[in-house]
Write a protein that binds this ligand. Sequence first.
Ligand code: NAD
Length: 326
Amino acid sequence: MNLLVTGAAGFIGSAYARMLLAPGAAEASGVTRITVLDKLTYAGSLDNLDLTHPGLTFVRGDICDTELVDRLMARASQVVHFAAESHVDRSIAAAGEFVRTNVAGTQTLLDAALRHGVERFVHVSTDEVYGSVESGSSVEEDPLSPNSPYAASKAASDLVALSYHRTHGLDVRVTRCSNNYGPRQFPEKIVPLFITSLLDGGDVPLYGDGLNRRDWLHVEDHCRAIELVRTQGTPGDVYNIGGGTELSNQELTRQLLAACGADWSRVRHVPDRKGHDRRYSIEDAKARRELGYRPRHDFASGLAATVAWYRDNRSWWVPLKSRMTA
Ligand code: NAD
């Protein structure tokens, strides 16, 4: 079966492709070919993929390109859709690309999937669509209340995706996960930004009072959950995917400092992000109950392994970081 995976030169999509291309994985997944469609924006890198793997076809292109998407969709049985503009701070600075890629791009893919009778379409989304939750945890039926332009564009794409199920009967499944961490995350996001700065002897910028709270999910647990949704989920359903480790940014910073052998003197307090959501929290009982999902990575060892990966792979992130500051 040929699976079209969008955005798999990025952080999570490439981990998902690696999982499906691992020796012996095809027997369980039924996926014999992965076709990756990725525009290679600043966030995508060919270094994240094994281009010599016989089961992988890489196509550089835009999910908004109707003709290209149409051609690829004609050969695909199923789709897992990761491609997105994904960094909240960039959406605050300029939202246009977020609406174009995340909303119009998703709709372009859905239209083509419908035209070609694609049997399944997994849309990867985020807990940020529920907005900030002061207490308790968001469930799949909660109303969406996104606050940043990034979250709003993801919420819009979720709704468009689900409308193709309700209106046209397309088998769409939506996942909403918490903050991912792990190797190969672009060094603008908090975990790799802090690790790479600390490894380089620099300081780390902590927003506001540092008390914003997030749940942390190892990227490999997230990928296993997506695969459970793809293979065992229900058409038209939404699945929250959590990691089970809720931390304030201050607590996360302390753990990162300890893992990198640094202390609090390396923290630089900076003005808070505009409209910074205080807390995200999702209830993922549905994925646990219906799909048997359980995160396997414990946060402390997952974080230690992530720090070790960045320490051992400077050649991966140094060029990306110098492009960020150029
Ligand atoms: P990423 O920014 O690392 O990768 C995004 C990939 O999409 C890149 O390879 C980029 O080149 C590609 N892309 C961007 N615009 C494109 C376009 N117009 N056409 C084709 N390709 C394009 O993102 P990520 O962290 O791997 O996130 C993947 C998905 O997971 C996104 O949909 C994101 O919203 C969602 N998500 C991420 C997190 C997280 O913690 N990273 C949490 C929840 C949900």
